[in-house]
Design a protein around this ligand. Structure first.
Ligand code: NAP
Ligand code: MG
Length: 481
């Protein structure tokens, strides 16, 4: 079997502890045997960050700007304990924070759904993706503990010295005060990242805040989203058959719980912090959450949502075999490889990414899983494996799916199209082929339908076949009545 080629690299960011061990296993077993892996490697392990005075993190972030795609292993965010453990020169900032600041991105988190790990909410059938605005509000607020009676005012002095003043409260006794802010530039980037990601993943976008109470602050969020939607995205959303929907945060929660999922929920900073943990837990496991940072200009960084799984690492250092779940880290790789494939028109690479995900899911659904999942599965007799055994089991599935030689995605889809029994099914498969269509594929399809499609641009030719299929479908339905 020939290895899949990559024309352009992805930025690879290695990390810490147990996830660093999984990282190497995943590369050795699931990637390198199948792909001529082309990466720009940055070691973001804590030791390397310390040695480079954290310059390596900035270099990696800038490399993502250049390459367009990155994949990151979980990393330690130092605290006082870690300062001692690693004899650090400084308490370096969170790498994720640094990368996010350089890319100006929004983080989208989505659960991986498998049969046998049922969401606690019975109606949920599809993933719910949370987009969290990662700037300002209480996370950049200043606070005062009010010790006694007195007057609190909100004062803004503009650059010419003009003051705007609002009374906050006349305190009769002790209390607390908080000053929060946000920036239109940041809200605009957030909105654009959300609209782009919705189009990219073909999902509806919901946004929620509390503008009935916070008329100016949350009101501005609502307005920025609405203006950007109307001016830049409405036409694209309509063409893609997608909806943008604004509602109050409490109404959103009620609707989310009753929904079947399959949309993106954009949240303000605090709402996103809280709701992403609720969604992760309610879908079953933090170890099954993926995370992708998307910049407003379309750069992507993929990772697992969980941390370095420190407790398991200490067991690993003692020589024990751990059963740490690698699935979210595998999906970070598949996400990055698929995106690279999309950007380069490399359908083999995209197909491999799909198979890697299918193999991981099929392994779990066959009853083989890591301990965290075997404890919560609804399956009767799950087999609990170590990380190494589990990754080897995925490798077996992957080899089956990749077959002797990797098949071109276009061929696979064409076969699926030809196998359809009804025109309605053919039309659905044809719609799924939209992004991979080339002239040859269009001609093959036209020939199979016994029609001729004029030469011209792909989009036009696509529509013309779609129209034909719609007409044929109407005829077919009438005939069956
Ligand atoms: P964590 O690494 O996410 O682990 C917390 C607990 O969740 C684990 O002890 C384990 O529970 C369970 N868990 C998480 N991922 C798992 C997996 N893949 N398989 C099986 N169980 C899993 O969070 P933490 O222990 O609070 O943080 C450890 C380090 O990670 C910290 O230094 C933190 O700074 C860093 N961190 C990094 C990122 C990032 O890079 N994106 C994110 C969060 C935290 P049991 O112990 O019960 O088995
Ligand atoms: Mg949180």
């Amino acid at each position: 079997m020939e290895k899949i080629k990559m024309n352009n690299p992805i930025v690879e960011m290695d990390g810490d502890e147990m996830t660093r061990i999984l990282w190497q296993m995943i590369k050795d077993e699931l990637l390198i045997p199948f792909i001529d892996l082309n990466t720009k490697y940055y070691d973001l392990g804590l030791k390397s960050r310390d040695e480079s005075n954290d310059e390596i993190t900035k270099e990696a972030a800038n490399a993502i700007k250049e390459c367009g795609v990155g994949v990151k292993c979980a990393t330690i965010t130092p605290n006082a304990d870690r300062m001692k453990e690693y004899s650090l020169k400084e308490m370096w900032k969170s790498p994720n924070g640094t990368i996010r600041a350089i890319l100006d991105g929004t983080v989208f988190r989505a659960p991986i759904i498998v049969k046998g790990i049922e969401p606690y909410v019975k109606t949920w059938k599809k993933p719910i993706t949370i987009a969290r605005h990662a700037y300002g509000d209480i996370y950049k607020a200043v606070e005062i503990k009010v010790p006694c009676a007195g007057k609190a005012e909100l004062v803004f002095t503009d650059e010419n010295g003009n003051e705007t003043k609002e009374l906050i409260h006349e305190f009769k006794g002790a209390g607390v005060l908080q000053g929060a802010h946000n920036l239109n530039k940041s809200i605009e980037s957030f909105a654009r990242s959300c609209f782009n990601f919705a189009l990219d993943t073909k999902q509806d976008l919901w946004f929620s805040s509390k503008d009935t109470i916070s008329k100016k602050y949350d009101g501005e969020f609502k307005k920025v989203f609405s203006d950007i939607y109307e001016n830049e995205y409405k036409a694209k959303f309509e063409a893609a058959g997608l909806t943008y929907f604004y509602t109050l945060i409490d109404d959103a929660i009620a609707r989310v719980v009753k929904s079947e999922g399959g949309f993106i929920w954009a949240c303000k900073n605090y709402d996103g912090d809280v709701m992403s943990d609720m969604i992760a837990t309610a879908f079953g496991s933090l170890a099954m959450m993926t995370s992708v940072l998307v910049s407003p200009d379309g750069k992507y960084e993929f990772e697992a949502a969980h941390g370095t799984v420190q407790r398991h690492y200490y067991n690993h250092l003692k020589g024990e075999k751990t059963s740490t779940n690698p699935v979210a880290t595998i999906f970070a790789w598949s996400g990055a490889l698929r995106k690279r494939g999309e950007m380069d028109g490399n359908s083999e690479l995209m197909h491999f990414a799909d198979n890697l995900e299918k193999a991981s899911i099929a392994t779990i659904e066959s009853g083989k899983m890591t301990k965290d999942l075997s404890l919560i599965t609804s399956m009767a007799n799950p087999i609990s494996l170590t990380s190494e055994e589990f990754i080897k089991a995925i490798r077996e599935e992957l080899e089956k799916l990749q077959g002797g030689e990797a098949k071109d995605e276009r061929l696979v889809k064409l076969e699926e199209f030809l196998d359809c029994k009804t025109v309605a099914e053919k039309r659905d498969v044809f719609k799924e082929m939209k992004d991979i269509l080339d002239d040859k594929l269009i001609n093959d399809i036209a020939a199979s339908l016994d029609i001729v499609v004029d030469e011209g641009d792909i989009e036009k030719r696509y529509r013309s076949i779609l129209n034909c299929l719609n007409t044929m479908e109407k005829y077919e339905t009438n005939r069956f009545r």
